[in-house]
Design a protein around this ligand. Sequence first.
Ligand SMILES: Nc1ncnc2c1ncn2[C@@H]1O[C@H](COP(=O)(O)OP(=O)(O)OP(=O)(O)O)[C@@H](O)[C@H]1O
Ligand SMILES: [Mg+2]
Length: 380
Amino acid sequence: MTSLELRQINKSYGAYHALRGIDLAVEEGEFIVMVGPSGCGKSTLLKTIAGLEGITSGQILIDGRDVSREEPGDRGIAMVFQSYALYPHMTVAENMGFGLRMAKRPKAEIDAAVERAARILRITDQLEKRPKQLSGGQRQRVAIGRAITRSPDVFLFDEPLSNLDAALRTQMRVELSSLHAELGATMVYVTHDQVEAMTMASRIVVLNQGVIEQVGSPLELYRNPDNLFVAGFLGAPRMNFLSVTVDEVSGRAARVSAPGLAPVTVELSHPGPLQKGMTVTLGVRPENISVVTDGAAGALSGVIRLVEHLGRETILYVDAGDLRTVASESGTGNITVQLSYVAPFKHDQSVTLKLDPAELYLFAPDGGRTISARKAIIDK
Ligand SMILES: Nc1ncnc2c1ncn2[C@@H]1O[C@H](COP(=O)(O)OP(=O)(O)OP(=O)(O)O)[C@@H](O)[C@H]1O
Ligand SMILES: [Mg+2]
């Protein structure tokens, strides 16, 4: 059953068009994660769903009911913010029961809801404390508890874990996933964290400048991005983008090359727009480049400018001379390589690299639509 439906949502702040024709249907019990660059409209979208911001046009439906003009308190939604915004003078129990008290529910019902939420979040022994006596993770749990007590149809989370340290974030991430499994509730979750997006989402929504670029399961988006924006947004370190020339198109394959890059053939999904001599963008993820000893198809050579030893993996930033990269994100080198082993490479060392021909992406020049063949999602 569809739990939340957004139909052609537009939101303008004066002349600024912050959300542009957002369409999204969320099934009951789904965990939707929204990602996108800063300022793309993620918080605005959550606030319009919650009713904290009005929409300029469109419709918001919850369980099939049009709530577009309803007050926030009537929509059956609870929102958890990055700043927990707990009332400092109230105890944990009072903070968690606040929404129900405002709704004038009977005391027995409030007590039962608070007790249940505290049990789920394992803060039963903290109920009489005040927020300042709690750790950051415990405070965030109280904020989530305040949402749970209201038994909403839809939970909205706006970067709820971004104030926590790395270890606590990981712990809370796992707890939120189990909470979702336990409650079976519909959740919409905004984050800047790649790992949270990949691990928590049933589907990820990629927003860019107020428009949805793509919606799909984490692996679908990672393996089969619709366009260059999505390809570059998911994955850290980011996909490498090289400017290449089309040497030949035959059937469903195109051979491309560039000064400094040995010709390589890429399988295509729709060869339509490609022609010999055209400049297109070749994409390859850092984990799909290896260090080799001899040149072959898809080989290039360069000089290592920086080595990062992360223990179980090694990241190389390689300067490949003439090779032109598109929108390179670091100023160091122009090719990023991620090796899943501890590699004895050194700064200023020359290396030959090979791009895995089965893992190459090709993006059309106009708008960066993906034109390479779809990738298998389950690895062979
Ligand atoms: N009340 C407002 N008045 C005018 N413009 C606003 C208002 N609120 C947000 N905006 C603009 O709308 C755009 C989207 O803002 P929003 O807060 O939704 O971004 P975001 O995706 O949540 O970013 P971040 O990742 O930094 O939190 C921004 O350009 C912002 O400046
Ligand atoms: Mg925001």
